[in-house]
Write a protein that binds this ligand. Sequence first.
Ligand code: SF4
Length: 217
Amino acid sequence: MLSKEKTIWAVHQMMLEFPEAMGALHSDTPFHLLIAVMLSAQATDVSVNKVTPKLFARFPEPKDLAAAEIPEIEAYIRSIGLYHNKAKHLKACAQKILSDFDGVVPNNRAGLVSLPGVGRKTANVVLGDAFNVPAFAVDTHVQRIAKRLQIVKQSASVVEVEQVMTKRLPENEWVKSHHTLIFFGRYQCMARNPKCPTCPLLEICAEGQKRTKKTAE
Ligand code: SF4
């Protein structure tokens, strides 16, 4: 397993490679970021950014979305995967923000995960990006990289990955590290064909060394 020092070193190498790493979802308020993150489940950020300008213009506040009919919400997000369920969740989420939080998106994890359709990952992204609260969201890229680099055990759950990463990394680097790992997973350590021969972490990555040896044989 990778030590704490090497984990920090590895994440800093990724930051050097992708200094521009940051959230790609467009939004202007915490409420709109929450909507965008909910829509991004099993959909690309690009596809979400295409539908949100009109959606946000039509539903500026939770009260607007809470009062909307589901078919109208669906019409705005039809090009996004799982739009039936997402439309239902968006309305229910806006209703709960109105009824339980005075119409204001809660800025803490317990409040966020109490909203319909909001899981731990969505809550962590919103905490970090909308409220500057230290949080480390684990998505499929983060999980894969943490396992390939043996930062966590291969059987680690999403919550375990989050626990290990937040224990190892300085709190003020959690949000940036999350975005950096996503960029690293998109452009360097991809699921199918990771670019191991050009990877700055090859020297500490058993998985990469195995893969490059196989290619050389
Ligand atoms: Fe990923 Fe390969 Fe780099 Fe290891 S060496 S982190 S598997 S790209």
